[in-house]
Design a protein around this ligand. Structure first.
Ligand SMILES: Nc1nc2c(c(=O)[nH]1)N[C@H]1C(S)=C(S)[C@@H](COP(=O)(O)OP(=O)(O)OC[C@H]3O[C@@H](n4cnc5c(=O)[nH]c(N)nc54)[C@H](O)[C@@H]3O)O[C@H]1N2
Ligand SMILES: Nc1nc2c(c(=O)[nH]1)N[C@H]1C(S)=C(S)[C@@H](COP(=O)(O)OP(=O)(O)OC[C@H]3O[C@@H](n4cnc5c(=O)[nH]c(N)nc54)[C@H](O)[C@@H]3O)O[C@H]1N2
Ligand code: SF4
Ligand SMILES: [Mo]
Length: 767
């Protein structure tokens, strides 16, 4: 694409969190110089937070890569050309596949907070290599919730915070982390309305807790007791939605039997929340016309995390808060994130389904949930001489060495592989362990999009257009995967020719031709995304070829969700409806509403018999019965609990690597209670050394009574090794996962206990 820089405002989105608020930017000399919210964005409507101003630090990071690289035996990297890189990677991976089977190759990542389009093409590489096992960051936070969701309703839900009477935030600090459209504006609306209320369950007095009427300041790691007490109060005080439960759910009797026996006073004392406050919060939930509840890392990366996801759902289900305005609802996804790379339209004969045996990881047998193996077991699946171990790894748009538990072991695991490839824009901690590194064009240099589309009843999707010339030497992921498929001998012009001709005749002709061709040519069906890119992509507006897979996704979507598609104006004949949606996506750079639902549609989304919600999860009720014997552990030598990974104004996962953006303040500050600081003779700004069973780090402190005694907190995403233009390395803040252990994980889903890391603290004097 030619450089499209002009003085006008251009539409794009923020890449820092899953909201992907619409932005308008100005560019100059390859830089993003001005940024404002895009009022025309159908979901964010002009809303942004301060983090949106950081985009140029991502775009122009000094450690962006501009050539494919190959690792030398001494650990340094040499630049190689694209043809060499692609052909060597294709040959090495094919060789490993032929020797050990596709199940010996592991795929990790596929997209982060701002970019999921590349992952749709990775689907083709995954199939070509016969890859069976994969994972990504969802398997270190959302798989426990996903498993519970599968057992209870089989549909993903999201709160309607805009309209709820009561909002409950469980281990979630939306003021900083966001999580629903126009977050801070909505929080203020709830706070200022005397008829509405917020309940925050968090050991820390967060910005959100400060705004809430009810702050249930649990002791760290004790949410299971707090949530059980809430449900028990609802049951024992007769506050449940009896008729609603009869009509819409099964399994209540089992829950009632457990909750009736709960000693609420005891549970309140274990979680450290005053019983009167717990009871009044439960009553507030019970009398509300609508309740929306959202859980996040405070419980999902903590003790009993899968159990907590279940207990959370019981609270809002026992009070009938599903499938109505202001409550939780089953949103309609454009493409489900749990199978976010399946883009072959169903009207084509699908390839034989992958054998269903991949339900557990090959070496240690961890549960596969949402198609992902738990992040915490990855090193165990590599660092072994087990014949089924992973021998090669394909990593895309993710930095597992920095972001997953136990960085030391992850580095060791990557080096133990026969071959590894990283596709990234920057020379990350993970790239520095890979055999090959392939440079991607940035999210402002190519067509990009995410499938974090969680809103209800109106759901939106934005295709972002490229606004800056691709950095020389980089390629979009679509092109990288297409070249890999061709180098592996899977696709060639013979697969494309007929469809290229059809693409000239418009989308309808193309759709018919695609259906015809894919029926006769298994590879066209199997590698649909790459085929679309190589055929339809050639007819797309400049720079938008990587959006070709969206044609297939649009077709799939109108077939899977005809009612919501019709509601948004994409009904009628499937092919034509899909084409109209695809065209609307291309023509609306601020985004389009692709789904309009009714609240009652949430019932149809429940995938259990008679569309009834199942309240009884036997495994978790059994787990609940044992929790009193499993009080959160305190290791005598590590008396403090570290919450590792707090979201603050100055954090943005690891997408922004250049620390220069932080103009005021410092990186990696440890928050600590005044009494704890005093007990070590520390004043504000003094340094403390943290030691965990796994590693050590040092950090300056901020003394604040927002934390409880014995509880300390470090920010997320800091401590990157940023390689500057002159070759020097800056590291600011603590790389948290040098301190964490892969074995500290949930017994059901394998999710890490990053918010519950036992730690020893000591005053430290920097040299
Ligand atoms: N500014 C900013 N925003 C982000 C991100 C970012 O890096 N920076 N990252 C994005 C991503 S990837 C995600 S997943 C979300 C995460 O968003 P959140 O989950 O909201 O973020 P955290 O701050 O990690 O954790 C939430 C809260 O859990 C609390 N907590 C700690 N221990 C416990 C406990 O035992 N029980 C309970 N109930 N709470 C506890 C913490 O005090 C904290 O306030 O944020 C997204 N938004
Ligand atoms: N201890 C602790 N660890 C945590 C957390 C915590 O709270 N505590 N939080 C966890 C959470 S919730 C999450 S979501 C993970 C996130 O961890 P990761 O999944 O590793 O994701 P990101 O930090 O978002 O890194 C995304 C990568 O994508 C690259 N990238 C950016 N744009 C592009 C592009 O266009 N193409 C390609 N190919 N690459 C691109 C970036 O350079 C970066 O290396 O971290 C987790 N780690
Ligand atoms: S960080 Fe999240 S909430 Fe803030 S502007 Fe970016 S996408 Fe929106
Ligand atoms: Mo996350």
């Amino acid at each position: 694409m030619e450089n499209t820089e002009t003085d006008s405002w251009k539409k794009t989105a923020c890449i820092i969190c899953a909201l992907n608020c619409g932005l308008e930017i100005k560019t100059e000399g390859g830089r993003i110089t001005k940024i404002k919210g895009d009022k025309a964005h159908p979901i964010s409507q002009g809303y942004i937070c301060e983090k949106s101003q950081r985009m140029d630090f991502y775009q122009n990071g000094a450690d962006r890569i501009d050539s494919p690289k190959r690792r030398r035996p001494d650990g340094s990297y040499e630049d190689i050309d694209w043809n060499t890189a692609i052909s060597e990677i294709a040959e090495k991976f094919t060789d490993i596949k032929n020797k050990h089977g596709g199940e010996s190759i592991f795929y990790y990542g596929g997209g982060s907070q701002g970019n999921h389009l590349g992952g749709t093409y990775a689907d083709s590489t995954i199939k070509a290599l016969g890859i069976q096992y994969r994972s990504n960051a969802l398997a270190q936070e959302k798989t426990g919730e996903g498993w519970v969701q599968g057992k209870m309703m089989g549909a993903p839900v999201h709160g309607d915070f805009e309209n709820c009477e009561v909002a409950v935030f469980l281990g979630k600090n939306p003021w900083q982390s966001h999580g629903f459209a126009r977050t801070r504006a909505v929080l203020r609306e709830i706070q200022n309305d005397p008829n509405r209320a917020m309940i925050v369950i968090d050991p820390r007095r967060t910005e959100t807790a400060e705004m809430a009427e009810y702050h249930l300041a649990v002791k760290p790691g004790t949410d299971a007791w707090c949530l059980t007490a809430l449900s028990a109060i609802l049951v024992q005080e007769g506050l449940i939605a009896t008729d609603w439960l009869k009509e819409h759910t099964t399994g209540y009797a089992a829950v009632e039997a457990v909750m009736k026996k709960i000693d609420i006073t005891h549970y309140a004392s274990v979680c450290g929340v005053d019983e009167t406050l717990l009871r009044s919060a439960a009553r507030r939930i019970a009398i509300a016309k609508s309740v929306s509840m959202i859980e996040d890392l405070g419980v999902q990366m903590n003790m009993h995390s899968t159990l907590n996801s279940y207990l959370n759902r019981l609270v809002w289900l026992l009070t009938g808060n599903y499938a109505k305005a202001g409550a939780n609802n089953a949103f309609v996804p454009f493409l489900s994130l749990s199978n976010s790379t399946r883009v072959t339209p169903k009207s084509t004969p699908s390839e034989p389904a992958a054998p269903r045996k991949w339900t557990h990881s090959p070496v240690i047998g961890a549960k596969v949930i949402m198609g992902l193996i738990p992040c915490n077991v990855i090193p165990d699946e590599i660092l072994t001489d087990h014949p089924k171990r992973f021998r090669a790894m394909f990593i895309e748009s993710s930095n597992p060495v920095h972001s997953l538990a136990d960085s030391q072991r992850m580095r060791q695991a990557l080096r133990a592989l026969e071959c590894s490839v990283v596709i990234d824009v920057a020379m990350t901690e993970t790239a520095r362990q890979a055999d090959y590194v392939l440079p991607a064009s940035s999210q402002f240099e190519k067509a990009e999009a995410t499938f974090f589309n969680l809103e209800f009843p109106r759901n939106g999707f934005q295709l972002r257009q490229p606004h800056l010339a691709p950095r020389p030497g980089t390629l979009p992921e679509a092109e990288i995967h297409a070249r890999l498929l061709e180098a592996m001998g899977q696709l060639n012009d013979g697969h494309y020719r007929f469809l290229r001709t059809a693409a000239r005749l418009g989308h309808t002709a193309f759709g018919l031709a695609f259906a015809w061709k894919s029926m006769r040519d298994k590879k066209v069906a199997r590698y649909a995304p790459v085929v679309l890119y190589r055929t339809l992509g050639l007819r797309m507006p400049a720079g938008l070829a990587p959006a070709a897979s969206l044609w297939g996704i649009s077709q799939l979507y109108v077939r899977a969700q005809p009612a919501a598609a019709k509601g948004a104006g994409f009904g009628g004949s499937k092919l034509l409806g899909g084409n109209r949606l695809f065209k609307a996506i291309l023509n609306n750079p601020s985004g389009v509403i692709f789904a309009v639902s009714q609240y009652a549609d949430s019932w149809r989304a429940v995938k259990l018999p008679d569309h009834k919600i199942n309240l009884e999860i036997k495994e978790l009720l059994a787990e609940l019965a044992t929790i009193d014997t499993k009080l959160p552990h305190h290791l005598p030598d590590f008396p403090y609990i570290l919450s590792s990974g707090e979201r603050r104004a100055e954090t943005s996962n690891t997408s922004i690597r250049n620390p220069e953006w932080l103009k005021k303040g410092a990186f990696g500050i440890l928050r600590i209670h005044p009494d704890d600081a005093a007990s070590m003779g520390c004043a504000e700004g003094d340094w403390i050394e943290l030691r965990t069973p796994r590693g050590a780090a040092q950090a300056p402190i901020e003394i604040t009574d927002e934390l409880q005694r014995g509880h300390v907190s470090l920010p997320n995403g800091h401590g990157l090794d940023y390689h500057q233009a002159d070759g020097s390395i800056v590291r600011r803040g603590v790389p948290l996962n040098e301190l964490t252990n892969t074995t500290d994980r949930d017994p059901f889903a394998g999710t890490p206990w990053h918010k519950y890391v036992p730690v020893h603290l000591e005053r430290f004097t920097p040299a």
